[in-house]
Design a protein around this ligand. Structure first.
Ligand SMILES: Cc1ncc(COP(=O)(O)O)c(C=O)c1O
Length: 385
């Protein structure tokens, strides 16, 4: 068929490509351990599942208002205001799957030729979304030695008269870096001085071990130029529920809702009361998951430190390690070697941007047993490099 030029130019998702390969090998009966997935391995907490079942059984199975049910929009706004300091109300919230929010935001704000700044390395889909709109991604380099903290001077150097938007993602996928408040302030000042919109992806905001989460939209004079996205997937182990949100000035929410109403119409109805339960109900399960992630992070870091040729920062959040390796081999070849020779799935660092070359992403959203076995396999492959 005649696929559009626009789509032909977009590479498939680097993370999904490796996951597909892992699934294929597993289907062939191979004992592959996957550390390539970006999702918690826990079950969604029972109170949330029960709320969903209740709404299904209660017949809440039809379309909802396109922007989401009013009670959920209100709960998201109140919680975000109290927890993150973002001065938002229900009218500033659009309920939508987080990745859908990010895609719609690119469609809503970017014109062909606009430039978008994004940290290098960063999550794979930002670049694809930007390119699909005919806009131009411009990477802002970050480095292992700085713990992948963004240097506002490097942001300023990339600004031109065409710069429309800056993407930030803290805690970061793939590095786990939690951007310090001073860094965000520096970025906010550059964006205000140059009339740049900020897209702040805060999907890992609750998975933090060291440091504190800061929302750039809460900083002085930033709310009117910031779109904040977050969601339930990572915080409450709800990746399959496809439920998240964006927060922005009300007029922008109305504009983006045109895209939502002409595409997915609304999120699934019966998940929305369950989302209220997730956000307002007991948070003990969520806190226990975060504590478990921290234990696994520390275990994986310990085991990695015993592998010659590997170095890793201590990430303050999310559930990824992004180690640097010394072997002179491209990261996609390394990932292939680890998979075929070591039966371990990791994501090549290059999938996340040019600065990701020489690194790989290891998701520790896996059992301690698997982490221990997986890193032992990785150690064996590294011994052959
Ligand atoms: C940084 C980042 N943003 C957005 C998403 C998309 O989240 P969801 O699956 O909830 O749409 C992901 C998922 O991996 C992510 O890592």
């Amino acid at each position: 068929m005649m696929i559009s030029q626009r789509l032909q130019e977009i590479p498939p998702s680097g993370t999904i490509a490796i996951s597909n390969l892992v699934s294929k090998m597993k289907a062939e009966g191979k004992d592959v351990l996957a550390f390539s997935l970006g999702e918690p391995d826990f079950a969604t907490p029972d109170n949330i599942v029960d709320a969903c079942v209740d709404s299904l059984k209660g017949g809440f199975t039809h379309y909802t208002p396109s922007m989401g049910i009013p009670e959920l929009r209100k709960v998201i706004a109140e919680t975000t205001k109290a927890k993150n300091g973002i001065p938002c109300e229900a009218g500033n919230v659009l309920v939508t799957p987080t990745k859908q929010a990010l895609f719609m935001i690119s469609l809503a704000y970017l014109n062909p030729g606009d430039e978008v700044l994004l940290p290098d390395p960063s999550w794979v889909s930002y670049e694809a979304h930007i390119r699909m709109c005919g806009a131009i991604p411009k990477y802002v380099s970050t480095s292992f030695d700085d713990g992948f903290v963004i240097n506002p001077d490097n942001v300023a150097k990339q600004v031109t008269s065409k710069t429309k938007m800056m993407v930030i993602n803290s805690p970061s996928n793939p590095t786990g870096c939690v951007q310090p408040e001073a860094t965000l302030k520096g970025i906010a000042d550059i964006c205000k001085d140059n009339d740049i919109i900020v897209l702040s992806d805060e999907i890992y905001e609750n998975i933090i071990y060291e440091g504190k989460h800061h929302s750039i939209a809460a900083m002085p004079d930033m709310f009117d130029r910031t779109i904040t996205v977050s969601g339930l997937s990572k915080t409450y182990a709800m990746t399959g529920w496809r439920l998240g949100w964006m927060i922005a000035p009300e007029a922008d929410i109305k504009a983006v809702n045109k895209l939502q109403s002409h595409s997915i119409t609304c999120c699934a109805s019966f998940t929305q009361p369950a989302a209220i339960e997730a956000i307002k109900g007991p948070q003990d399960d969520m806190k226990a998951m975060v504590a478990t992630f921290k234990k696994r992070r520390d275990l994986a870091l310990d085991l990695m430190s015993e592998i010659p040729g590997l170095e890793c920062n201590v990430p303050g959040g999310a559930f990824y390690l992004f180690p640097k390796y010394s072997a002179k081999i491209p990261s996609n070849e390394l990932a292939e070697k680890l998979l075929t020779e070591g039966l371990v799935g990791v994501t090549p660092g290059r999938a996340f941007g040019p600065c990701g070359e020489g690194f790989f992403r290891f998701s520790y959203a896996a059992s301690e047993e698997d982490i221990t076995e997986g890193l032992s396999r990785i150690k064996k492959v590294f011994a052959t490099l």
